[in-house]
Design a binder for this molecule. Structure first.
Ligand code: HEM
Length: 146
């Protein structure tokens, strides 16, 4: 299992670096930079908040505007950094951030579904979509607890 996760992590990294490193612009630039990523995160968080399968996890987050703003900023920084942008993610590591929440594999899939729907709405190119999903996929092992 651990080996599988490591291989997935490497594949995600390779997908990003091969694309970002080979004279082509970074995924960050290709999707439209920080402004576009901020719009994606706003839409994504809106979809998660409306998704009855998983919005129970975000009850406290959604009801506290300062907490919600910080959560969104962390997501923007994380995606910006993961796609080769000039941001630094300063939030918790994924294992610490989700410890004790009891997130299941189905919960994780629902969230990824909401993200894909968001990326499709913004017409993010397949190549960029796959690079981003390839970077987030390997985090599953740190987030899912059951
Ligand atoms: C690849 C998938 C995921 C990524 C990249 C991700 C990313 C993050 C980040 C960056 C934070 C903020 C950490 C901090 O406060 O320092 C966070 C917190 C959180 N995540 Fe996730 N997450 C993922 C999956 C999930 C899933 C599947 C759920 C539940 C269905 C979930 C529920 C939460 C909750 C409830 C918080 C706390 C929000 C708050 O601070 O109020 N996450 N996540």
């Amino acid at each position: 299992m651990r080996k599988h996760i490591t291989v997935m992590a490497l594949m995600g990294l390779m997908a990003l670096t091969s694309y970002a490193g080979s004279n082509s612009p970074t995924v960050y630039k290709s999707v439209g930079g920080k402004k576009a990523i901020t719009a994606v995160v706003d839409e994504f968080v809106g979809r998660v908040a409306a998704d009855n399968r998983i919005n129970g996890f975000f009850k406290d987050t959604a009801s506290d505007p300062a907490r919600l703003a910080k959560f969104k900023k962390n997501l923007v920084d994380q995606i910006c950094q993961a796609t080769g942008g000039p941001c630094k993610y300063t939030g918790k590591d994924m294992k610490t951030a989700h410890a004790g929440m009891g997130i299941s594999s189905n919960d994780f899939s629902a969230l990824v579904e909401d993200l894909v729907a968001t990326l499709d709405k913004f017409h993010v190119k397949d190549q960029d979509k796959n690079a981003l999903l390839g970077a987030l996929g390997p985090m599953k092992g740190d987030i899912v607890e059951k």
